[in-house]
Write a protein that binds this ligand. Structure first.
Ligand code: MRU
Length: 348
């Protein structure tokens, strides 16, 4: 998927404004960290791996106007910027992993001159971007082995090129299967309330000439029952040590339905989406967003004024409902605690 979701221009973070899709493909330049922070908050740039890249580049933005000559001051600025970006959205751990990586690098190089320290941070942010591009392709290759000719696939939210540097996790698997010459069709859930499935996944898959049919979220059960769904792929925002995975609200519902209908359910996510500091999904912070996302459709109100609203942006799928987790190292299967540690820590 050749979309350039995010890139560093030298003095700005250039992103596709995803709130304008599918009607307009608009790029915006975030020239300061405040603009980027709001772009993250408002989902102009979104999806866990893309947020990891945005956070790393955000640190570079935060250093643009640094005029001091002391590296200790520069490191202090890095810490402040990391703290600020860390308050934008709470669930996707990729964002925090990138910030920790940038901050640790700054602290470890505090003895270097300012210019060198800046160059080291610049190289690290670019490495985070390049790594995401590479791992998405590796996940795609592993996951594509699960797609057979003639299969019907289902997905929720957008875990494609728009959610990563440029290729995708769950949709990356579909791109790799297509590149391998396989024929299959996809049901994409629209993904209320912000319609990432309808606006972004349908757009991406159509652009890549993959046979996609859009359905409302509440049609998933009947489609599984009547249309013969063979396999489900979703992304993830944070995966605990036991494999429990937070992803867009509605993913858990899909996993429960998948078990009832005997449909294999796979999560596709890179190492940067794992949080091995937490034991289970109960510890994952779930973002709650503003009620207006639920009480209106575009600018049109669709609910009585003042109605109480619960609007969690993510839910947690227990690993017991998964057939496996597709990573850049291969497919991790149960028992998850043992196998996640074996695969991910062996690499460390
Ligand atoms: O609120 P969003 O649009 O940032 O949520 C994104 C998702 O839930 C994606 O499925 C997830 O980040 C995986 S992206 C490869």
């Amino acid at each position: 998927m050749a979309v350039q979701t995010i890139r560093w221009t030298g003095n700005a973070v250039r992103i596709i404004d995803q709130t304008r899709l599918p009607n307009k493909l608009v790029y915006i330049n975030c020239r300061d960290v405040d603009t980027l922070w709001h772009a993250i908050k408002e989902l102009k740039v979104r999806g866990a791996p893309a947020l990891g890249v945005a956070a790393a580049y955000g640190v570079l933005l935060g250093l643009k106007d640094f005029k001091g000559s002391s590296s200790a001051q520069l490191v202090g600025r890095v810490c402040e910027v990391c703290d600020y970006i860390g308050k934008s959205r709470p669930t996707a751990v990729n964002l925090f992993n990138s910030l920790s990586q940038m901050q640790a690098l700054a602290l470890n190089n505090v003895d270097k001159p300012v210019a060198i320290l800046k160059a080291v941070l610049w190289a690290e942010a670019n490495a985070i971007y390049e790594e995401d591009r590479a791992v998405c392709r590796a996940m795609g290759k592993h996951g594509a082995t699960l797609i057979k000719n003639g299969m019907t696939v289902m997905t929720v939210c957008n875990a494609g090129g728009l959610a990563t540097a440029d290729y995708g996790t769950a949709l990356g698997v579909m791109y790799a299967a297509k590149e391998a010459g396989k024929k299959f069709k996809v049901y994409a859930l629209e993904t209320r309330p912000l319609l990432q499935g309808a606006r972004l996944t349908a757009w991406e898959l159509m652009k890549n000439k993959i046979d996609v049919t859009l359905i409302c979220d509440n049609m998933a059960a009947t489609v599984m029952k009547t249309k013969g769904v063979d396999i489900i792929f979703t992304g993830a925002d944070r995966i605990a040590s036991n494999g429990d995975a937070a992803n867009k609200i509605g993913t858990y519902m899909l996993a429960v339905l998948a078990q009832h209908h005997g449909v294999p359910f796979y999560v596709v996510a890179p190492k940067t989406t794992f949080d091995l500091k937490i034991k289970t999904g109960k510890e994952i912070p779930i973002e709650e967003r503003k009620p207006e996302e639920v009480t209106s459709f575009g600018l049109r109100p669709t609910a009585p004024k003042g109605v109480k609203v619960f609007n969690p942006a993510f839910d947690v799928t227990p690993s017991g409902l998964m057939s496996g987790i597709v990573t850049e190292y291969g497919i991790i299967r149960a028992p998850y605690v043992k196998n996640i540690h074996k695969v991910l820590l062996y690499d460390a």
